[in-house]
Design a protein around this ligand. Structure first.
Ligand SMILES: *[C@@H]1O[C@H](CO)[C@@H](O)[C@H](O)[C@H]1NC(C)=O
Ligand SMILES: *[C@@H]1O[C@H](CO)[C@@H](O)[C@H](O)[C@H]1NC(C)=O
Ligand SMILES: *[C@@H]1O[C@H](CO)[C@@H](O)[C@H](O)[C@H]1NC(C)=O
Ligand SMILES: *[C@@H]1O[C@H](CO)[C@@H](O)[C@H](O)[C@H]1NC(C)=O
Ligand SMILES: *[C@@H]1O[C@H](CO)[C@@H](O)[C@H](O)[C@H]1NC(C)=O
Ligand SMILES: *[C@@H]1O[C@H](CO)[C@@H](O)[C@H](O)[C@H]1NC(C)=O
Ligand SMILES: *[C@@H]1O[C@H](CO)[C@@H](O)[C@H](O)[C@H]1NC(C)=O
Ligand SMILES: *[C@@H]1O[C@H](CO)[C@@H](O)[C@H](O)[C@H]1NC(C)=O
Length: 753
């Protein structure tokens, strides 16, 4: 969930307090160049400021560090948290012993760095990373100054880039984030955040000594309990084991200009503000409070929290409330218990007949329970391993971790609206039976039908082959429809909200022409409004054409797996009677083409907006190609497939022709060339060969259109040299060259890091 709500920026009043005469200018503090309230120093690049401030609601004075050039969201580091200066007589200077100290008017030490340096030669410097360091100056010209102390070692309530959340494995000593007591009191509050090097490292948010929220296991790239990480986080998070007994979590940004950090509020909310350069405001990119399920163990042991349901708590399948009365009153803390005994328990219980072996209930897109007890690497062995150990209650597999197994109580299982991990919960065979029989019948029916159909098709084909001629087409259509039957069952409808046909008909006034937004390649798109007032766009597949069905399934498969702010969001689908419908969030501004090629609307797209649109498309494409879990080639990128939201941010849409590439695959050939002439790369249009490069080619055409405001095909199509591509001698090679250059520039910072 990307929360783009605007944030009231607090303590702006701080800034008005600076009287220029006290500001000593530089970025250092020494025994002679000290700062006196309300003075301050600024890092050399001007990014951060250190000085005296008062939080909202108090007159106590504290020394802190905050952003200098832009409005302050929070003061992210405070020195004398526990010991404020009670009046405006405070001074921060270097003591005789070489420590950085804060003194009050009576020269009493309120705060000190408490390290021994070699006396008055020491100096403190505020760096452009936001780090304040105390340096011991070397009297020896041939050696460098050494850092005796740094503020990054003592975190307050904020982790900015390059700070380390660390744990000493030997002593279990932790470098933690601690919340303020209240918005007006920076002293240590009850919430803290620590890195827990369990079997699989995890970040915990504590309320005192009670676990309050957890990040889920670290898989080497992201935390499994923060599924948004994959889509939102363009930066690199690393968990480092320094081999000297420390593990730490740190992060930095691929784009230097990206300004964002983690901050734990005094009320226990962990959030990630980020600076929106276009809006000149802080927005909240992510927060633990985005879902009602965030509190650890909200639904108790074996409970299942789904924020979209009411009530949000239910028992896992095969389980029932432990205390029915309390449960029904909404007190879920006691959780659930197994309905039927597992095989191991039946044996232990003295039964001589153990009966059938246990099975597993599959839960998709969930936050896995707390504390996986053991691990093994092989995916295909997870199930047997779990069945063979009586204490195994559930398992899950993640490529970055391997098999994870849980025993005892399963706590903190939540449903995500983003793609998450699949969890398998062990239950007695009796809990699965009813369903399995039905499934078996369906499976057999499908197999039989397929066999009959295939035989039929085969003979039809034989016959038509003898007749020769254009009946081959008939075969390809028939068999492709057959294939569709199979893939429909593969698509995971559970990941999406299933809408009722009547609901959608009502929302779109029975698919009236007045609500029609446009006609896509495979059907019309309608605007609609659900009963709860939410606006949606409904894509209705035309007729039962086999071709459209293939794209429908494809689109569902692709887009249900990807989430990014520059990709259009699929809300759900509907497959009833002969109707196939896809439901998207509604984009009031329609396609980019509607703006770009309309002389009046074009005026709204100034250069800044155009740049923003190009940037957004780049990000979306980069995500599809590189950053998502899957490598996806869109194959039909064009201006009409770029939708604009209210703020004219671009979103790539129409995944009907997209292709998912497996691990190492980076190029493929197809006999079915789909796409739009004018945007297709020559080798794709002519030879059916497609790869990332063909998308980049299409993107190049889109870019030229955005910049020129003219449609590629608006030039005389007969004369190649007069199309936009031919215009100005921008040939195919030049296009690639330019686009690889830009792609390289975009990628370069991450390649280096
Ligand atoms: C300070 O706190 C008061 C009361 O809590 C609030 O009304 C005011 O808006 C706050 N000021 C700022 C700058 O946040
Ligand atoms: C420095 O030492 C004093 C006395 O031992 C202690 O009260 C204070 O908290 C220490 N300050 C820091 C910043 O560690
Ligand atoms: C200065 O540093 C060099 C190299 O570390 C060392 O060899 C030399 O003895 C030092 N001189 C003094 C005066 O400390
Ligand atoms: C001293 O600092 C400079 C610049 O940061 C660095 O290049 C050099 O290697 C350092 N010398 C020693 C002895 O650490
Ligand atoms: C944190 O714990 C304290 C003491 O146990 C409790 O009073 C408070 O309500 C808790 N805060 C939250 C947000 O749960
Ligand atoms: C909820 O249930 C637990 C035990 O099942 C009990 O200790 C607690 O008091 C109950 N809380 C409320 C608010 O009823
Ligand atoms: C088996 O266990 C259940 C509950 O744990 C108990 O009620 C039952 O009496 C036990 N049966 C035997 C034969 O021990
Ligand atoms: C089952 O799992 C437990 C918990 O990790 C472990 O101690 C035990 O050795 C395992 N038993 C077998 C038979 O693998």
């Amino acid at each position: 969930m990307i929360l783009l709500r605007k944030i009231r920026v607090f303590s702006l009043f701080i800034l008005s307090h600076y009287a220029v005469k006290f500001c000593i200018g530089g970025d250092v503090i020494t025994a002679s160049e000290y700062i006196q309230d309300p003075g301050s120093i600024i890092s050399s690049g001007g990014l951060y400021r250190l000085g005296f401030f008062s939080p909202n609601g108090t007159t106590n004075r504290y020394v802190g560090i905050w952003h200098n050039k832009i409005p302050v969201f929070n003061v992210f580091w405070v020195a004398n948290r526990e010991n404020p200066v009670l009046d405006s007589s405070g001074v921060m200077t270097i003591s005789d012993a070489g420590n950085l100290v804060i003194l009050n008017g009576k020269k009493q030490v309120l705060w000190s760095t408490n390290v021994s340096t070699s006396g008055a030669n020491a100096k403190a410097q505020l760096l452009d990373t936001g780090n304040l360091i105390l340096q011991k100056q070397s009297s020896n010209m041939s050696t460098n100054d050494t850092t005796a102390w740094e503020s990054f070692q003592i975190m307050c309530d904020t982790q900015i880039a390059k700070m380390k959340l660390s744990t000493n494995l030997r002593t279990n000593e932790k470098q933690v984030l601690t919340s303020w007591k209240s918005p007006s009191d920076p002293s240590i509050g009850s919430f803290s955040i620590s890195l827990e090097p369990l079997n699989i490292p995890e970040v915990f948010l504590w309320n005192g000594t009670t676990l309050y929220w957890r990040s889920g296991p670290w898989n080497g790239k992201v935390f499994l309990g923060i599924p948004e990480m994959e889509s939102v986080y363009v930066d690199r998070y690393t968990l480092v084991d320094d081999k000297e007994g420390y593990v730490y979590l740190t992060y930095s940004f691929a784009e230097v200009s990206y300004l964002s950090y983690f901050f734990v509020r005094s009320n226990g909310e962990l959030l990630q503000p980020f600076w929106d350069e276009n809006d000149k405001w802080w927005r909240i990119d992510w927060s633990t409070r985005a879902s009602d399920c965030y509190v650890y163990g909200k639904c108790g042991p074996f409970g299942y929290c789904d924020a979209k349901k009411s009530p949000i708590c239910s028992c896992l399948r095969g389980f029932e409330p432990k205390k029915v009365e309390e449960w029904s009153r909404g007190n879920w803390s006691s959780g659930c218990i197994q309905k039927s005994l597992l095989q191991c328990d039946r044996l232990k219980n003295g039964s001589t007949k153990a009966g059938k072996i246990d099975g597993f209930v599959k839960l998709e897109n969930v936050k896995v329970p707390n504390y996986a007890i053991w691990l093994s690497p092989l995916e295909d062995k997870c199930r047997e391993q779990c069945l063979s150990n009586c204490s195994c209650a559930a398992y899950a597999y993640d490529a970055g971790v391997g098999c994870m197994y849980w025993s005892g109580d399963l706590i903190d299982v939540q449903k995500f609206s983003y793609p998450g991990t699949t969890l398998y919960v062990r239950v007695a065979h009796t809990e699965l039976e009813g369903k399995r029989d039905l499934r078996a019948i369906i499976a057999i029916a499908v197999v039989v039908a397929t066999v009959i159909f295939s035989i039929g098709t085969f003979f039809a084909w034989q016959k038509s082959k003898k007749r020769g001629g254009k009946d081959g087409e008939q075969f390809s259509k028939a068999s492709s429809e057959n294939m569709l039957g199979g893939s429909l069952s593969k698509v995971n409808l559970q990941e999406l909200v299933l809408y009722k046909l009547e609901e959608l008909a009502a929302a779109t006034s029975n698919f009236s022409d007045a609500n029609k937004l446009g006609e896509g390649g495979f059907g019309a798109v309608y605007r609609g409004r659900l009963l709860n007032g939410k606006e949606i766009a409904v894509k209705r597949l035309s007729g039962a054409s086999g071709q459209g069905l293939r794209e429908f399934i494809n689109e569902m498969e692709v887009i249900s797996k990807v989430q990014h702010r520059n990709l259009v969001r699929l809300l759900g689908c509907c497959a009833e009677q002969d109707e196939k419908l896809l439901i998207y969030e509604f984009m009031p501004n329609k396609g980019l083409d509607a703006f770009l090629f309309d002389p009046l609307k074009r005026e709204q797209l100034d250069w800044r907006r155009r740049f923003n649109i190009i940037d957004g498309i780049c990000r979306g494409l980069l995500y599809l190609h590189r950053d998502s879990r899957l490598r996806i080639i869109h194959r039909d990128l064009k201006t009409s497939n770029i939708l604009l939201d209210e703020e004219l941010n671009p979103r790539i849409s129409d995944f009907g022709t997209a292709r998912i590439f497996g691990g190492k695959e980076d190029q493929a050939d197809t006999l079915r060339v789909v796409g739009t002439y004018g945007y297709m790369a020559p080798e794709y249009a002519m030879e059916g060969r497609f790869s990332e490069k063909s998308d980049v080619f299409s993107f190049g055409v889109v870019l030229l259109e955005i910049v020129s405001g003219r449609q590629n095909t608006s030039f005389n199509e007969e004369d190649q040299s007069l199309s936009l591509l031919g215009h100005g001698n921008i040939g195919r090679k030049t296009m690639y060259l330019r686009w690889w250059t830009i792609k390289f520039l975009l990628d370069a910072p991450r390649l280096r890091s």
